[in-house]
Design a protein around this ligand. Structure first.
Ligand SMILES: Cc1cc2nc3c(=O)[nH]c(=O)nc-3n(C[C@H](O)[C@H](O)[C@H](O)COP(=O)(O)OP(=O)(O)OC[C@H]3O[C@@H](n4cnc5c(N)ncnc54)[C@H](O)[C@@H]3O)c2cc1C
Length: 370
């Protein structure tokens, strides 16, 4: 019998700390394999970064907005949890992408003709890009994104094309990002063929041959769910039922008799296996007293500070072109990493004929913008 004020004890085979998309996907796999599990989450709602909030008719993503259709594992997971019919592709108009330069949105070149015509790059930068396949070199594992892209694209191409991409994907500092870690495919192309473009062409041919062997052609493009990406997190959490406990932060971890003992404000949980699906700084704090050698390097992993600023308009903004959004290379004097156009990507993201934009601010190169 439990004494008054005594914290209840629970036990499970596997305890997952953190109900972000990583913790939830892990939990679902274990559940499918009939392994006893529990997930605890400090926030009131599961999902971590992958959450969608409804506000006055606007459907707002707190983190990512889309998933690559080629990410087969995600498709598989969505189908397993019953979300197959809820998958929605981006609207065809969302294919256009822009890069901001000199206060103007330039269409990102998608082919030879648009590359020749674009005002995004100077003639010198175009020449540097066109001659890339003839400058055969091999990189070193110590390459940063900055050294790698400058070598391949020249100074301007690296800042405008690669720089926009680095802002959009990593919110990172090109001088600090490791090229082989952050761009393994691109860096590998140069290692294999001496040129990024040559390597990309060879990779595309190989990919086409591989795809031809598949029973059905791979999906292309980007997708979300009818009610936003948060629908995936919510659905998995719902399907896990009381195996997923929100508002339950892990506050300490100890080890005794071959078990992990995890304390929370409302219960103590013992588990044979422990999964920490939390950001590195949180994992470091939890592991500190248990395993300093593991906790210390985790505490040194830098996290790019990013804020998402959502702008909701009651009426469609005519000045905004149809498209996916725009990226802002560093050095353009605009304190934004880029802006997505969610109401142009999917239906029902804004009420009536309203518009919704999501601007990304901060990043490793401008943390004070937050
Ligand atoms: C604005 C933005 C845009 C992004 N866009 C993309 C994109 O386009 N493509 C892409 O691939 N990735 C993108 N990402 C990154 C992607 O969202 C993350 O990599 C992913 O969501 C991380 O999932 P996770 O489960 O590992 O961690 P998280 O989502 O951080 O989840 C960790 C969970 O652990 C919980 N937690 C922390 N400490 C404790 C504790 N002590 N006890 C219990 N629970 C705890 C947290 O509350 C959280 O819910 C984006 C991220 C952001 C912020």
């Amino acid at each position: 019998m439990q004494a008054r004020n005594e914290i209840p004890e629970r036990s499970t085979e596997v305890l997952i700390v953190g109900a972000g998309v990583a913790g939830l996907a892990c939990a679902w796999q274990l559940h499918e394999a009939d392994i006893e599990l529990m997930v605890i989450e400090e926030r009131a709602e599961a999902g971590g970064n992958v959450r969608t909030v409804e506000d006055n008719g606007f459907r707002i993503e707190m983190g990512p907005h889309t998933i690559l259709a080629s990410a087969r594992d995600v498709f598989h997971l969505a189908e397993q949890v019953g979300l197959g019919p809820e998958i929605v592709p981006t609207r065809p108009e969302a294919a256009a992408r822009f890069i901001a330069r000199g206060g103007v949105l330039h269409s990102a070149p998608t082919g030879a003709w648009s590359f020749i015509k674009t005002g995004l790059l100077s003639s010198r930068a175009k020449w540097d890009l066109m001659t890339e396949p003839f400058r055969l070199q091999k990189g070193k594992p110590s390459d940063t994104a900055a050294t790698f892209f400058k070598r391949r694209f020249g100074e301007e191409g690296a800042r405008i094309i690669a720089g926009a991409f680095i802002s959009g994907v990593y919110a990172g500092d090109p001088d600090l990002l490791s090229a082989p870690a952050a761009f393994p495919l691109f860096w590998g192309f140069e290692r294999e063929t001496g040129s990024m473009i040559r390597g990309a062409i060879r990779h595309r041919r190989r990919q086409k041959a591989q795809d031809a062997q598949l029973p059905s052609p791979p999906r292309k493009g980007l997708f979300s769910f009818r009610h936003g990406l948060g629908q995936l997190s919510r659905t998995i959490a719902l399907r896990l039922g009381d195996r997923c406990q929100c508002s339950t932060p892990a506050t300490a971890i100890t080890r005794s008799h071959g078990l992990y003992l995890v304390s929370t404000p409302t219960m103590r949980i013992s588990a044979r296996e422990l999964v920490l699906a939390v950001p590195p700084d949180a994992a470091s704090r939890l592991l500190g007293p248990l395993d300093h050698a593991l906790a210390e390097p985790l505490s040194r992993i830098p996290m790019a500070p990013v804020a998402v600023v959502h702008l909701g308009f009651q009426h469609k903004q005519g000045a905004i072109p149809e498209g996916f959004g725009f990226l802002v290379p560093r050095g353009e004097g605009v304190r934004s990493l880029g802006v997505l156009f969610p109401s142009r990507l999917f239906e029902h993201r804004a009420p009536g004929d309203g518009d919704l934009l999501a601007g990304f601010v901060g990043g490793m190169c401008d943390p004070r913008a937050l």
